[in-house]
Design a protein. Structure first.
Length: 105
């Protein structure tokens, strides 16, 4: 299912907002194959993991793990998880922007 979702996912290049899409790949996260979008923000790399939504249960939207900031959002029936050393507020706003349905507007 994750593979199917990855094929349907349209990566958004938000370079005009300072987030340049530099690549993508499929990886395993929590024993599931997920799409990963890689962005550049200033001197920071941001990995965004996208997979079909597994639960609507509330989760911590922002936390630090091993020196990296992790921001989570839900939207478009997908879980969005961004990991970077970028500022927490920037990372959180970015992943929420990606998860919104009106991203192309």
């Amino acid at each position: 299912m994750a593979l199917r979702a990855a094929r349907l996912l349209t990566a958004q290049d938000l370079a005009n907002e300072g987030f340049t899409l530099i690549g993508g790949r499929l990886v395993y996260l929590e024993r599931r194959q997920v799409a990963t979008l890689v962005y550049r923000y200033r001197k920071h790399t941001i990995d965004v993991f996208v997979r079909p939504e597994t639960s609507r249960a509330p989760r911590s939207a922002l936390r630090a793990v091993r020196g990296f900031n992790v921001a989570r959002s839900n939207g478009q029936d997908m879980d969005w998880l961004a990991v970077s050393d970028a500022e927490p507020s920037v990372l959180s706003a970015f992943v929420q922007r990606l998860a919104r349905k009106d991203i192309t507007q």
